[in-house]
Write a protein that binds this ligand. Structure first.
Ligand code: DX5
Ligand code: ZN
Length: 220
């Protein structure tokens, strides 16, 4: 198994001090920056776009930026995020007319493609594309908002995707997003996740390092 990646979701950060928040959470031991893009169309909320990603890069952020697109359509925003410095770009299959084309588009712009599964989205979207992906993201909440509770059905999905990834023999990260906290991360890791998004669990606490340390301790 690959070593655990902690990817704080900046959705729960203080947007008025975003550069500082991102530097602080990385200094506290985070590995990646999870960057939630919502369009008030595919999901009922509106957040940040490529300009903010670029601003973080200009602010000196060198850590991987894990862009989670909750937008429809997907394709026309991909080149902008690549130019803005995204590392991973993940999208929801329901939001793309041509899933294979979108994956190739992300790759051709030099980014790492990921596919995202909502709580009710079936895993068979992976059947013909798993070998082209660098990341599979399992949603453990319905997308749109931070601070929701973990939907336990995600654990079974993680176990099934873990098996598919192991069988593929490829280097594909298995990420979980929604309601992750120190109290449940052990069980989530045991189900097969190796990449953990956490928004409110980290940014609602005064000491980010303490939360991140307790997450790593729970993962063993
Ligand atoms: C939800 C977003 C998540 C969210 C996670 O649509 O994709 O990344 O910010 O927040 P928490 O960890 O608070 O559930
Ligand atoms: Zn997310």
């Amino acid at each position: 198994r690959q070593s655990a990646v902690i990817a704080p979701s900046i959705l729960s950060a203080d947007f008025a001090r975003l550069g500082e928040e991102v530097n602080n959470v990385l200094a506290a031991g985070a590995d990646w920056v999870h960057f939630d893009v919502m369009d008030n169309h595919y999901v009922p909320n509106l957040t940040i776009g490529p300009l903010v990603c670029e601003a973080l890069r200009k602010h000196g952020v060198t850590a991987p930026i894990d862009v989670h697109l909750m937008v429809k359509p997907v394709d026309r925003i991909v080149p902008d995020f690549a130019k803005a410095g995204a590392t991973y770009i993940s999208f929801h299959p329901e939001a793309s007319e041509h899933i294979d084309r979108t994956i190739q588009l992300i790759r051709s712009h030099g980014c790492k493609p990921g596919l995202v599964f909502n709580p009710a989205t079936p895993l068979n979207y992976l059947d013909h594309v798993l070998d082209q992906l660098d990341l599979v993201l399992i949603m453990s909440v319905n997308p749109g908002f931070g601070g929701q509770s973990f939907i336990p059905g995600a654990l079974d999905k993680l176990r099934r995707v873990r098996e598919l990834i192991d069988r593929s023999g490829r280097d594909i990260r298995l990420e979980i997003d929604g309601g992750v906290k120190p109290e449940n991360i052990g069980e989530i890791g045991a189900a097969g996740a190796d990449t953990f998004v956490a928004g409110s669990a980290i940014f609602a606490k005064p000491d980010y390092a303490e939360v991140i340390d307790s997450m790593r301790a729970a993962l063993g």
